[in-house]
Write a protein that binds this ligand. Structure first.
Ligand code: ARG
Length: 440
């Protein structure tokens, strides 16, 4: 028999449809271990407030610890009769300890419990994700290091722009992910774990008198219980930081997808990180990268779902708020699996240097260097830009490389264009070396 935490007032059994519709145990079991931690702290408060004697407190704490163990092997699902994980734990405790378990809920509410446990869960997961970000950054750094002299065409509008070092390109992604990590760390460091709100108005035990910090590191007594039970900013902040991170990873995924096409042929992905086609035997597809691109949509969806769920909710707790957990869990899982699979994939990426070199032969990549050359010789930037524009047009129309143009032809565009100097500009290395803005 599964007892409700609120049955007394009701004369009728809850309709089975309502039972199913309101249930959250099939997903909130994930915060069960964190809920037990909160309950153990709560027992200590109750003992200090003399609602429990020492012997009772020890019994309750040991009971909670054994449920903590038991939970590890329980398969929670919709079929589990408890409404949520908090009710399940309370029921288990009662089965185990009998009447004394009924004292545990003195001066507390699930409204307080659920915020506490979700926050503890979030803290643990955030820590794991920052470690995974570090692993990802390391894999990126190794790849950059293995190809430290490699220069590739850089693009704007996905059109040839200027040559860049691959290591700088990859480092641009590293910088994005470091910002993501900073955002996650900021949330981690500023997340306030509170207890003592009760349902909304606080409780007759003023938790502030019991120095929660001494009982459990980091836990504060709530300073405004109304805010504490109705605050889900931390969920929204996490979903937002993970959305930004997912957006960054989707851009990296897209770059690697493009580079792996036959048309580009810049990289070869390791077979073990690609998938095939059931119909076309020749196919080797970058499915994981496509999924990473696709998951950005899920991450944004989860953020918008919780933002919208919270919009316009009157204070304080409303049942709508139960719907924060699936998006939160889902985004944390996506972020973690994306980082892991990408780090693995990066380890096996091979760059096709010949192919890249062929592409670097495109003279248009050095047009800007020609402009700088003229500017250095005293030509005003706009004039230099126009001269080189005409030169490029002439080269395209006449299918003649600028490098091969005779000196006299070059000089017809500008007297300052000296063949012997101009030819040296069509060098990827000279081009990247001439740029001073990237700190390495
Ligand atoms: N499972 C609920 C949740 O996640 C617990 C809170 C229920 N509180 C209430 N007042 N009905 O939000």
């Amino acid at each position: 028999m599964n007892k409700k935490l609120w049955g007394g007032r009701f004369s009728k059994k809850t309709n089975a449809l309502v039972e199913d519709f309101t249930k959250s145990i099939h997903y909130d079991y994930k915060i069960g271990q964190c809920d037990i931690l909160g309950s153990i702290i709560h027992v200590q408060i109750l003992e200090k407030a003399k609602y429990l004697n020492h012997e009772e407190a020890i019994k309750l704490i040991n009971g909670l610890k054994s449920i903590h163990e038991k939970m590890k092997s329980v398969k929670f699902s919709m079929n589990c009769p408890a409404e949520d994980i908090h009710s399940w734990i309370q029921n288990e405790l009662q089965k185990k300890l009998g009447n004394i378990a009924k004292k545990l809920h003195t001066a507390r509410s699930r409204n307080d419990q659920v915020v506490f446990s979700t926050k503890v869960y979030a803290l643990t997961e955030l820590k794991k994700i920052t470690i995974e970000v570090d692993n990802f950054l390391y894999a990126l750094e190794v790849l950059a290091d293995r190809n430290k002299d490699l220069i590739i065409p850089g693009y704007t509008h996905l059109q040839h722009a200027q040559p860049v070092y691959l290591k700088d390109y990859l480092n641009a992604y590293a910088r994005m992910l470091k910002r993501d990590k900073n955002r996650l760390n900021f949330i981690f460091n500023n997340l306030e774990l509170t207890l003592g709100s009760g349902a909304l108005a606080g409780t007759p035990i003023d938790a502030r008198n019991y120095n929660l910090k001494a009982i459990a590191l980091q836990v504060e007594a709530t300073s405004n219980s109304l805010d504490s039970v109705s605050d889900r900013d931390f969920v929204i902040e996490i979903l937002s930081a993970l959305s930004i991170q997912g957006m960054h990873l989707s851009r990296l995924a897209e770059d690697f997808i493009i580079w792996s096409t036959q048309e580009f042929g810049f990289i070869e992905l390791d077979d073990s990180f690609c998938t095939g086609s059931s119909l076309m035997p020749q196919k080797k597809n970058p499915d994981i990268l496509e999924l990473i691109r696709g998951y950005a949509g899920r991450l944004y969806g989860n953020l918008v779902s919780v933002l919208t769920m919270m919009k316009g909710l009157s204070l304080t707790y409303n049942r709508d708020m139960q719907l924060d957990k699936e998006p939160l869990f889902n985004s944390l899982e996506i972020a973690s699996s994306e980082l892991k699979v990408l780090a693995g994939m990066l380890r096996g990426v091979k760059f096709n240097k010949e192919r890249i070199e062929e592409r670097l032969a495109d003279e248009s990549l050095y047009a800007t260097d020609l402009v700088y050359y003229l500017v250095d010789k005293g030509v005003a930037f706009e004039d230099a830009h126009a001269i080189v524009g005409k030169l490029v047009r002439y080269s395209l129309d006449n299918k003649m490389l600028i490098k091969t143009m005779p000196d006299s032809l070059l000089r017809s565009f500008s007297q300052k264009l000296v063949k012997g100097q101009v030819v040296k500009l069509f060098s990827p290395l000279a081009s990247v070396k001439a740029k001073k803005s990237i700190k390495r």
